[in-house]
Design a protein around this ligand. Structure first.
Ligand code: AMP
Length: 249
């Protein structure tokens, strides 16, 4: 069975985000980029399934403009077998468009399982996996924290409010990863070197027969309001006084 893992290039989680002065979005120029952390978990899970003999091939796919191949290379250095780069002119393709493009890749590749991150940390949409499953008409299990694969089914434990839920899905299926599913490996230097020789197939998004026009219009992007300075109080009574004035008590 082949496993397809969509990986997104996002601003590195350790970078302090800056909004462009004209409010048209987040500053991406000269900013360190990395693979979306939930997608690293997805790659790791796919690799573990392959190492356990439950999968034959792990294919990483990413949709984006120049340098998106760096993110695919990271997946290849972790151990994925090959990559597919769906090339776009710009970053920030909407989840519905991403899901439609991924559907085309799924139709061409025929994987038994697609493992996505539960959300991309740049737009926090948490939509793509669900939309892809709906477009394909496949079962889906989101927020997976444990995966056990059988012959034709997969048991997935999901993190839900106040507990865990276990679902049994028929394959092929779509999964999205939660934080506790696994701890992704680091790519070793020899594997980084080996990854340079692994193939990445390039497919222009415009040639996949999907309408790439955005459905959403970004009106503005603003920094969160800065915190105002606090005050020091001299006694508990003074604190209670302030809290009463603020309407808290
Ligand atoms: P989102 O719905 O935007 O929060 O993204 C959820 C997941 O969809 C991500 O963790 C990725 O696995 C996948 N995904 C989203 N955008 C892309 C992209 N441009 N290329 C590849 N995978 C993507």
């Amino acid at each position: 069975m082949k496993i397809l893992v969509p990986v997104k290039r996002v601003v590195d989680a350790n970078v302090k985000i800056r909004v462009r002065p004209d409010g048209s979005g987040v500053e991406l120029a000269n900013v360190k980029m990395a693979m979306n952390p939930f997608d690293e978990i997805a790659v790791e899970e796919a690799l573990r399934l392959k190492e356990a003999g439950k999968a034959s091939e792990v294919v990483a796919v990413s949709i984006g403009p120049v340098k998106t191949d760096e993110t695919i290379r990271t997946a290849l250095a972790m151990g994925a077998d090959r990559g597919i780069w769906v090339k776009t002119d710009e970053a920030g393709i909407e989840p519905l468009t991403v899901a439609k493009l991924l559907k085309k890749i799924v139709e061409a590749e025929g994987p038994g399982l697609v493992i996505l991150g539960k959300q991309a940390i740049d737009d926090d949409c948490n939509q793509t996996g669900q939309m892809l499953a709906a477009l394909l008409g496949w079962p889906q299990a989101t927020f997976a924290s444990k995966v056990e694969i059988g012959e034709k089914t997969i048991a997935v434990t999901r993190e839900i409010d106040g507990g865990l839920q276990t679902l049994d899905l028929d394959l092929p299926a779509v999964l999205t990863t939660d934080l506790r599913l696994n701890e992704p490996r680091y790519a070793s230097l020899p594997n980084i070197m080996k990854a340079k020789k692994k193939p990445i197939e390039e497919k222009p998004a415009a040639e996949l027969g999907v309408d790439l026009a955005p459905r959403l219009q970004l009106l503005s992007t603003t920094e969160p309001a800065g915190r105002t300075a606090g005050i020091k109080v001299g006694s508990p009574a003074e604190l209670v006084d302030h809290l009463k004035k603020a309407g808290v008590l």
